[in-house]
Design a protein around this ligand. Structure first.
Ligand code: FAD
Length: 320
């Protein structure tokens, strides 16, 4: 049995060449970054057939198919040779992150500004060392799964995605990017060419998640928080909270964040915000965990993320 279907492999040397290929093949072409989602999706059909024949673990694999559906692109386009798609540049309160930056690099480079540490937290705990060496932040966000760790962190950071096509470039606020599980406003002819986020002193962020295992497991719940603390008053001047795996897309907990503005960064304030966040989501039961357990996790993880974000905003703590 063929594990992978037949496809054309392209390896463009410039973004212009890549965009021309996207314009030509549109939905028939899949950009390939680390391949840790795409190649699994391309193998999913064979995996299902093998497990069906063996009569084992069918329910588990059918459920896994919902997480990573079958993909059968006619053209696979490697992004490996494209220039200027990797690394982090942070200058004058603005950070640019190349979409092909691997999770391992993001977690260990020390180049992610402290205010944006949630992104490095998320990169550091996803997958396993092997996966983190291949998986990219761009692939994680473009795959648009509700539990995608860096997507949740990037939502809390209020980041922007830079999408390029032959007809030009556009910036999309990550908060309006996801439209459903595996779906987004990315057009078939567009390539993610950068992630951007602003940062300044007095800001801190963090990401925490819980899964059924420590590694090689998608989050049961992921929670990220970002805070700006006014140095004159010591009060919270702005806040954002984002949650993963509790709805069809990464979700903001808007009421919880709004309730923190003007409050002092105390344990009581964070506990109240975490309770509000719990009331803002309606997770489902699935093969990973029950809705009730997920709600408990929302409360615990939001509080943890807020406490760590505050410590970092006050300049008292480095990344966990
Ligand atoms: C064993 C295992 C464990 C995992 N654990 C986790 C985990 O803990 N947390 C988590 O969030 N994920 C996890 N994943 C999923 C996966 O590793 C991540 O989503 C990863 O970041 C995807 O990045 P990639 O570079 O491999 O993307 P790819 O597989 O190359 O691409 C993913 C999707 O994005 C598209 N794409 C990639 N780059 C671009 C671009 N520049 N422009 C437009 N489209 C693009 C591709 O066409 C594809 O549809 C795991 C996967 C495996 C196999």
């Amino acid at each position: 049995m063929r594990i992978l279907h037949e496809f054309i492999y392209e390896r463009p040397k410039s973004v212009d060449e890549a965009l021309a290929l996207l314009e030509k093949h549109k939905a028939g072409l899949a950009p390939l970054a680390g391949g840790t989602d795409l190649v699994v999706g391309m193998k999913m059909r064979s995996i299902l057939q093998i497990t069906e024949k063996a009569g084992t673990q069918q329910a588990k694999w059918r459920a896994a198919r919902r997480v990573q559906p079958i993909q059968k692109p006619a053209v696979v386009m490697s992004l490996a040779d494209l220039p200027d798609m990797k690394g982090v540049r942070a200058k004058s309160g603005r950070a640019w992150i190349g979409p092909n930056t691997t999770m391992a690099d993001l977690a260990s480079c020390g180049c992610v500004p402290q205010a944006l540490a949630a992104l490095a937290d998320a990169a550091a705990i996803m997958g396993s060392p092997l996966i983190r060496n291949r998986a990219t932040v761009g692939g994680n966000i473009m795959n648009a799964r509700p539990a995608a760790d860096t997507a949740v962190a990037f939502l809390a950071l209020g980041g922007t995605l830079l999408l390029a096509s032959r007809s030009g470039k556009r910036s999309v606020d990550v908060g309006s990017f996801f439209t459903g599980p595996g779906r987004s406003v990315r057009r078939d002819d567009e390539l993610l060419v950068g992630l951007e986020a602003e940062f300044r002193d007095g800001e801190g962020s963090a990401y925490f998640r819980m899964g059924n295992r420590r590694q090689l497991e998608i989050a049961l719940v992921g929670a990220s928080a970002w805070l700006r603390i006014d140095p004159r008053t010591g009060s919270i001047a702005a806040a954002r909270i984002a949650l993963g795996a509790v709805g069809p897309t990464p979700l903001p907990a808007q009421a919880a964040a709004a309730g923190l503005v003007g409050a002092k960064p105390t344990a009581e304030a964070f506990e109240a915000a975490a309770k509000t966040a719990r009331g803002e989501v309606k997770p489902i039961d699935d093969f990973r965990g029950s809705a009730a357990y997920r709600l408990e996790l929302v409360e615990t993880l939001v509080q943890r993320a807020l406490e760590t974000a505050a410590v970092r905003a006050l300049g008292k703590g480095a990344r966990a």
